[in-house]
Structures are given as structure tokens and as C-alpha cells.
Design a binder for this molecule. Sequence first.
Ligand SMILES: *Cc1c(COP(=O)(O)O)cnc(C)c1O
Length: 405
Amino acid sequence: MPTEELKHAAAQYLMQTYARQPISIIRGRGSKVYDLEGREYVDFVGGIAVNLLGHGHPDLVQAIQRQAAQLIHVSNLYYTDPQVRLAQTLVDHSFADRVFFCNSGAEANEAAIKLARRYAHEKHGAGRFEIITMKNSFHGRTLATITATGQEKVQKGFDPLVPGFVYAPFNDFAALERLVSDKTAAILLEPVQGEGGVHVADQTYLKNLRDLCASRDILLMFDEVQTGMGRTGTLFAYEQLGVEPDVMTLAKGLGGGVPIGACLARESVAAVFTAGTHASTFGGNPLACAAGLAVCRVLLEGRVLDHARQMGAYLAKGLTDCKERHRVVREVRGLGLLQGIELDLDAKAVVADCLARGVLVNATGERVLRFVPPLIITQQEIDKLLDTLSSIFTQRAVSEKDAHH
Ligand SMILES: *Cc1c(COP(=O)(O)O)cnc(C)c1O
């Protein structure tokens, strides 16, 4: 369908939950995508931190093709090999002992929330159910996860929300301590807040959280839906922040584009999920897990992770240089290939400018641009982003000056 027709049909048939960019993407290769008119874009959105291996990675494509031909889905009434092997791989390379599979980040967090409630209930009685989450966080769009999300804009109009959530300012341990009580079952947070504008958790803060949680048998739960699977330069962000959680959720990059989510936990916690306590029809199906295994194999082989670390450092340095040269850039924040810049101008306008120049970027909030490219992004592609940003900021500064004269 031609792009204009597609836009009209979308306006007619789809629930209008998204503000989309005015292009129709039909194909991708590596870190580039192509629209219907054949224009090329360097992809710094990566399907919102999903396409870890870029587009059309041969190992991923082959794994999906093979598995699709063999068996796509049979439900969790039966054993399937890819699910067990993916669980083993994740357990072998993390703090966790067991995995529950689902289909998205929100569902992974739902599982974590239910796990925390049940653990606290069994170990400490019905009076312990509260979960402390962070202001400015993002945990998904189901009713429980919008409640966990510390942003009013996602909750507005959906009350009554789920009881039992309280919010602490991010990176403020004293404020958090004041919220802890005999009711506290868990603390849930992102090691790097992604949707909230790319804010990295402080290491001392995390150590304090870890100690507090250990001393009171409160579960420390990391939402690594965005930061997991090499995004920050290590397989999981917690590895470089010096603190291990009790529960961790994954999704976005795990299937390299195929929907899959996972909730991982230590044995003592996972043990409260017995047969019949939680379930998902699609969760961990052979197709999604074959994709997850392909992504894990590539990452664990090592070169892509090394490359991601190097490119993360290169991008951060380039953005810092950009900040030095352009006063509209207020701050550069991030870890690995999850980077953001806070601007002195409307981020959405810059997104549109970048699109017109063949670069896909994404705004989180009004003033932050977020860069979450495939981990296979190249130095030349990063240069293209940096040159594009530089020329946009220069042009905006010039037209601003003209407007004043
Ligand atoms: C994207 C995201 C989610 C929600 O994932 P969905 O797959 O959209 O449900 C949850 N937590 C974090 C940290 C995320 O970045």
C-alpha cells in the first residue's frame, strides 16, 4: 500500500494509541532500514532497544526459519527443548536459578510483582505486600505495571489502580528508607531508567539498597527489560553496577525482535511459584525461545559484546564532544549503547529533523533524545548520527539568531 493510503487506513482501522513518524518501513539490513520510497535510515531506535543484532542477522533468521518449519507452538502442557535450553543459558550466565517465560516486558514485570507478593505472603504473612518503585520509572502498560510505573501520565484515567505501590525518588536512599516498613515486600527499579529519560543508578545507592533488602528480607528486583542482553555493554547491567538482585526481568532484546519476556529469580524466591500459580499460553514457545537462543549464542560468543562496549564508549564520547560544541545540549547520560542527551529544545522537533536526514532517533519525554541502536552499529553509522545532530543544532542556532535580529 502506498504510504499515504497506509496512513489513511491506519487512521481508520487502528486504535489511535501511537503517534507515528510519517514513514512506512518495509525492510531492514544490519543497522539500516528502508522505507517504501526506498529511502535509507540509520537505525538508532532499534525497534526501541529490541533489535540487538540489527535487521536480518543470518544466525537469527536461520534459527527462526528452522524452528518455524519444525514447531512453532504447543503450549506449556508439554516439554519443549528450546525453552529449557534458553532457561539453562540464562541461569548459567546470571545470578538466577530459575526462569519463567512470557511474551513482553510488562508481563515479565507482572510475574515479578506476583512473585514478590506470593513470597512475602508465604514468608511473612498477608500484611506484607507493598512494592516500592521509583518516580520517573517505566515498567509497562498493564494495570499493575502502570501502577508500578512512577509517572502520572501513564496512569491518568485508569483508576482505581492496583493497591500496594509506593514511589521513591530515584537515587535517593534516605527518601527510600523512609518508605520502608513491615509492609514492604520488594523494591523494583531499572538499573538505568530508559523511558524515564536515561538516568543511571548510582552504585553506592544500589549497594545501600542491596544491604537494606538483605537485612529485612525485602526482594530487590531489577527491571532489565531495556538494559539486559548486552545493551549496556555487559550481558546484564547489574554486572557492572556491583550488585546482584533477587529477581530480574528481561524482554526487549531477548528475542532480537521476536516477542519474549522472562522473569528470573533465585531458588528461594522462585520456589513459591508452584504448579498452577502463574502461567502464560504463549510464554516460552519454541519459536520465541529459538530466537532467544540465537541471540544468546551470538552475545556469549563475545565479539558483539566487545563491539557494543567499544561503540558505546565511542557514542558517549561523540555526544560529549557535541555537548561541548552546542549549548543546546545540556547533558549526556547513559551506559553502553543506551545513551541519551538532554536538550534545551523540543526533542520531538529534533526527531523529525533527524528523520528528514536519514537517521532514526527517539524522544523520551519532552527534552531527551535516546539512542538505542543495534549492538552491531558501526563507527561510520555513529559518525552519521553525530554529524546529523551537529548540523541540526548548528542550523537551529543560526535560525534562532536570525529570529532575534
Ligand atoms: C519497554 C519496557 C517495559 C515494557 O515492555 P513491553 O514489552 O512494552 O511490555 C518494561 N520495563 C522497561 C524498563 C522497559 O524499557
